[in-house]
Ligand binder design. Structure first.
Ligand SMILES: [Zn+2]
Length: 263
């Protein structure tokens, strides 16, 4: 039977930031899921290009969005949300960075909630609370929850791996734990990031910027497994497969392995 999927993206969360944030659920993720803690994002390691690659499973050179300013694709590729909706799946977006509105074309989302990020508003928590209520009321097939405070309040304002950065990651993981504990049966949770960071920025091809975590928790993923490999381009392919939807032929990613078997 097809799974339903919740994809949570914590902006700018490095794998070592996840593991060192001090939240007990960070360690629990490695016990209850299959985790790729050296997965790779794409160049440039910048928020909108990386999200476009996540949702379209190609490199930025192919989709053409090379900065945080969206431009229409020259040779459009059907994205994850567009494909899922075209196959009758109910999709929703909860996010606090408005540029992400262009990750799918109009008319493909059942519900979309933007709470713009303002520095004191605790929008990661507000979005998480709203997503939990929506999941329980509407049981979407696919929900994307984007938590943006880690990047801006954590990394850019205070430096990647600084004490405040780790606190903001801790807060995001607290949100993820609450979401996980309130998930109805039949959901797979995937937690990832768009890029890492170093000093007070990102965008380079340094390992600190390029390495991201991907943690998959659900009935198809073996618990307590850590695997090498994994790419941000693998996520759309994996989500579509979990939902029983055929992939778009241009997509370049691979299905993340459902069992502990390594090649
Ligand atoms: Zn970002």
């Amino acid at each position: 039977m097809a799974e339903k999927v919740i994809l949570v993206l914590v902006d700018g969360m490095r794998p070592d930031g996840l593991m060192q944030c001090g939240h007990p659920f960070a360690k629990k993720l490695t016990e209850i899921g299959t985790c790729f803690l050296s997965a790779q994002t794409v160049m440039p390691s910048v928020t909108l290009p990386c999200h476009m690659s996540l949702f379209h499973s190609v490199d930025p050179d192919r989709h053409g969005i090379l900065s945080n300013t969206y431009v229409p694709q020259v040779r459009p590729i059907e994205g994850l949300v567009d494909r899922l909706d075209n196959r009758g799946k109910k999709c929703a977006f909860f996010y606090n960075w408005e540029e992400l509105r262009d990750l799918s074309r109009p008319d493909h989302l059942h519900t979309s909630l933007l709470i713009s990020e303002h520095k004191t508003d605790d929008t990661d928590r507000k979005l998480t609370d709203a997503a939990i209520r929506y999941i329980q009321d509407e049981t979407p097939d696919f929900l994307f929850l984007y938590l943006g405070e880690t990047d801006e309040l954590g990394g850019h304002d205070n430096g990647w791996m600084s004490e405040i950065y780790l606190q903001v990651v801790n807060n995001a993981i607290d949100c993820v734990e609450r979401l996980y504990e309130n998930l109805p049966a039949g959901y797979t949770l995937i937690l990832t990031a768009d890029h890492g960071g170093h000093d007070r920025g990102h965008g380079s091809d340094m390992p600190e910027d390029m390495t991201i975590p991907i943690c998959c928790i659900g009935s198809k993923f073996k618990a307590g497994v850590s695997l090498p490999g994994g790419s941000i381009k693998d996520i759309a392919v994996t989500v579509a497969d979990l939902l029983g939807v055929d992939r778009v032929k241009e997509w370049e990613g691979k299905i993340l392995p459902y069992t502990a078997e390594t090649e």
